[in-house]
Ligand binder design. Structure first.
Ligand code: ZN
Length: 174
């Protein structure tokens, strides 16, 4: 079942998700639904549970034909710098060049409760940083410089007021 993707302004996106304490059938069904929602979205690469209104620390992604899930992920180490034109399923049509660390070491659990570890950079590194931010109630706006934020918020308001149908740019969304 596809959920509705929550968008900027919805308070659920500003609150912290709780760790998953029991990886049970309910969590597995939720993960299935997150993949359905992700695949029905336009150009979505990854999705965090709060984006569908569920305050649990779960992230799914489908990148390079690999569908994966991580539960209770944390960034253990990060270094380097990388600028990427970030787009978010919860802030549609807005893309901003955001500077973040390039390489991250991420730890969490898989759906069987086994420990997972990823050491990744560039797009995969950005995906983890963006999705783990969602679990902490942090959005792209919070990662922008003051000038970028001012411009982006104006652009977002204009997009909301515009009567034109959304033009899909087929840029990957996180
Ligand atoms: Zn996002």
């Amino acid at each position: 079942m596809a959920y509705e993707i929550r968008t900027y302004g919805d308070p659920v996106l500003k609150s912290k998700a709780a760790p998953v304490t029991d990886i049970n059938g309910k969590v597995a069904r939720l993960v299935d639904d997150m993949f359905v929602t992700l695949h029905e979205s336009d150009s979505g690469l990854a999705l965090a549970a709060p984006q569908i209104g569920v305050q649990k620390q779960i992230v799914v992604w489908d990148i390079d034909d690999e569908m994966r899930t991580i539960i209770n992920p944390t960034i253990v180490e990060s270094d380097g710098e990388w600028v990427y034109s970030e787009g978010c399923l919860s802030i549609p049509e807005l893309y901003v060049d955001i500077l973040r660390p390039n390489r991250v070491l991420v730890r969490g659990l898989d759906l069987d409760g086994n420990e997972l570890e990823f050491e990744v950079d560039e797009l995969m590194g950005r995906m983890f940083q963006h999705e783990i931010d969602h679990l902490n109630g942090v959005l792209m706006f919070d990662r922008m410089t003051t000038d970028q934020r001012k411009q982006a918020q104006t652009a977002w308001r204009e997009l909301q007021e515009s009567s034109d149908p959304a033009q899909s740019r087929h840029v990957p969304l996180l």
